[in-house]
Design a protein around this ligand. Structure first.
Ligand code: ADP
Ligand code: MG
Length: 366
């Protein structure tokens, strides 16, 4: 029998990197989510060569202390949780402490950062997991990270990259969801020097227009309800405007964009026979609930979610959507604080919960 080895960190970081950062879009998702967790109000994303050549994300968030720059790239390093109990009520998008480590293991990374309280900022450069530089560097408040030559040292993974155009399409898809999930954050997305999205951070309506165009707004109804401690709000397409696939379905649970078959089928059920076969409602739905009743620690990519009481969640969402279809409040006429909403939906109450900046109040009050 061959003897058993314990792998050293440079090997296992590269192995586990495959789960967290499967492709350029996953890198973009992790970086932008870090900016949001850092409470940035402005985020600018730029990609070149489908994100394979270069991805950079610039934010005006809290920044990283000079001495922490190298710590942030160590495996399992996070400022977001510290005890096992914290896992039961996660309020941030990140918590696993593995994104920066994984990205730096399979690319060339330069990160500049400055916190408000420090005089100068710092710079760290890590290529394939190896620190090349760590020095003071004058920088504005916030964090600016550049990731170059993704998978340059993992040819097995690089082989699975698709064309630059397809990788960029997937980045665009994920950024559009992040814009919708964070309507009060200003987000700019440039591809090879050209602007693709610019969301001003005003409200959900403007975020929606930034992603889908201003004319789409007229094809949606508003959803607005709270039952059994679960708020459901956002927009659903008018039945005649349904789509041939699920690309236009965006579910946001406690501020986190997730892919949830449960939410999708609850919405579909609410439409019942009003939709043609093989068409799917389009929606942007925010579900806010107590973070103790959900589990986001299902997969390293954090796109899956489990609800502890899934039957109840299903029926609350279905009811909220059928109320909206019945009440027919057009998106374009929405004033969700108006009496009209109160009449169509007895149970609505405005609540504030979930990841900061995504609450109902802040979405619509601007
Ligand atoms: P996680 O997000 O799960 O904590 P990451 O590897 O993504 O793990 O990041 C490690 C740590 O680096 C974070 O916990 C945070 O303290 C810091 N960090 C990363 N990106 C940023 C950023 N843009 N602004 C401020 N801090 C950041
Ligand atoms: Mg993170």
């Amino acid at each position: 029998m061959p003897r058993i080895n314990i792998l050293n960190s440079s090997i296992y970081n590269r192995i586990s990197a495959g789960e967290v950062v499967e492709n350029p879009a996953a890198v973009v998702k992790e970086l932008v989510e870090n900016s949001i967790d850092a409470k940035a109000t402005m985020i600018s994303i730029e990609v070149k060569g489908g994100g394979i050549k270069e991805i950079s994300v610039n934010d005006n968030g809290c920044g990283i202390e000079y001495d922490d720059l190298s710590v942030a790239f160590l495996p399992h390093s996070t400022s977001k949780i510290s005890s096992v109990e914290d896992l039961d009520s996660i309020e941030t998008l990140g918590f696993r402490g593995e994104a920066l480590t994984s990205i730096a293991a399979v690319a060339m990374v330069t990160l500049r950062s400055k916190t408000k309280n420090s005089e100068t900022g710092g710079l760290i450069e890590i290529n394939g997991g190896k620190i090349e530089q760590h020095r003071p560097e004058a920088s504005p408040d916030g964090t600016y990270i550049t990731v170059r030559n993704l998978f340059y040292n993992t040819p097995a993974r690089a082989k699975f990259l698709r064309s630059q155009k397809r990788e960029e399409t997937e980045i665009r898809n994920i950024i559009s969801r992040i814009i919708l999930a964070n309507p009060t954050v200003s987000i700019k997305y440039n591809v090879d020097g050209k602007n693709v999205f610019y969301s001003t951070g005003k409200n959900l309506e403007s975020a929606f227009a930034a992603v889908y165009g201003i004319n789409e707004l007229n094809k949606y109804y508003a959803v607005h309800s709270k039952r059994q401690g679960i708020s459901v709000y956002g927009y659903i397409s008018m039945p005649e405007e349904n789509k041939p696939n699920k690309t236009y379905q965006t579910s946001i649970v406690n501020g986190r964009y997730v892919i949830s078959p449960l939410i999708s089928s609850a919405v579909q059920n609410a439409y019942g026979d009003t939709v043609m076969k093989r068409t799917f409602p389009a929606y942007v739905l925010f579900i806010d609930t107590d973070s103790r009743f959900i589990d986001v620690n299902v997969h390293p990519r954090k796109l899956d979610i489990k609800f502890s009481d899934s039957n109840n969640v299903f029926s609350v969402i279905m009811k909220a959507v059928s109320d909206a279809l019945y009440g027919k409040i057009a998106f374009s006429n929405t004033d969700l604080n108006s009496e009209r909403v109160d009449k169509t939906n007895e149970s609505n109450t405005i609540v504030k919960s979930g990841v900061s900046g995504n609450s109902f109040n802040s979405l619509f009050s601007n």
